[in-house]
Design a protein around this ligand. Sequence first.
Ligand SMILES: Cc1cc2nc3c(=O)[nH]c(=O)nc-3n(C[C@H](O)[C@H](O)[C@H](O)COP(=O)(O)OP(=O)(O)OC[C@H]3O[C@@H](n4cnc5c(N)ncnc54)[C@H](O)[C@@H]3O)c2cc1C
Length: 281
Amino acid sequence: MKPIQYFVPKTMTEALSVLQEYGPKVTIVAGGTDVVVNMHHGKLKPEVIVYIGNLGLEEIKEEGNHLVLGALTKIAAIAASSLLKKKAPLLPMAASSLGNPLTRNQATVGGNLVSASPAADMAIGLLGLDGEVTLVSSRGQRQVALADFFTGYRQTVKKADELLTAIRIPLKDIKGTFLKLGRRQASSLSVVNVSCALSISQGGNCEEARLTLGAMAPTPIRATKAEGLLKGEKVTEALIEKAAQAAVDQTQPIDDGRATAWYRKKAAQVLVARALKQSIS
Ligand SMILES: Cc1cc2nc3c(=O)[nH]c(=O)nc-3n(C[C@H](O)[C@H](O)[C@H](O)COP(=O)(O)OP(=O)(O)OC[C@H]3O[C@@H](n4cnc5c(N)ncnc54)[C@H](O)[C@@H]3O)c2cc1C
């Protein structure tokens, strides 16, 4: 077995220079809950590891009209955050549903996004809140909307020399919820997960609707047709059923060890309708 080169940078400059020098040979490790499992199963054989856990980047704050999460913020901290419970409650809901206490204390929000699993719980929550990520390299910095971040099954626009450093979420007056169906109550990846964020006018019409589905396509997806049906309308029982059907019509789930595509569609329709009802009550 070839020895693995291991770097533990203490500063961002140091980390970026290692990424610049070794590029595609590098595996970045944050919490390691995906990387180490993949190494253990022989799916990942890194030549160079950069452990970024000493770079700080662990914060949850309000900045102007945005919420900002540092990429190394632990899932457990998101689940417990009183700021997020007040301003973006579906994120603590999503975080509380991820894995088990041990995983949540180790796993990071940046790792959940870059792992780009179609079922990634934080990805579903953050995409549903119009989040954007900050990607930094020695070449500079760029902001990418999560709507443009996921490009395919476990693929993103992030380049090999880039670090994800933060996630920004626009603050809006929205009601939202996150629902997940797994094969067990805990420590289970989603068969389907749904985030729903609605803004309702004083007159009771839906001003903005954001519905996001996980494990229903190669990437996390927004149910744009259902969102279009809801926007500007009174959210009645009949419209909820129509929107749930439209959301599912836009998906292409697969059969896998967790569920069949047929079951996923049935379950997603129920979950979307339930999420919409919870978001208006
Ligand atoms: C028992 C168990 C249960 C789990 N349950 C769930 C679940 O219910 N829901 C769910 O969504 N996930 C689940 N996971 C998967 C995993 O825990 C999450 O995806 C987690 O958020 C990954 O974060 P991490 O910091 O551990 O990532 P790591 O394993 O460190 O990294 C994951 C990927 O992201 C890259 N990366 C990490 N951070 C950065 C960064 N800042 N910049 C650039 N690249 C980066 C790494 O190179 C790697 O490709 C589970 C895992 C385990 C082991």
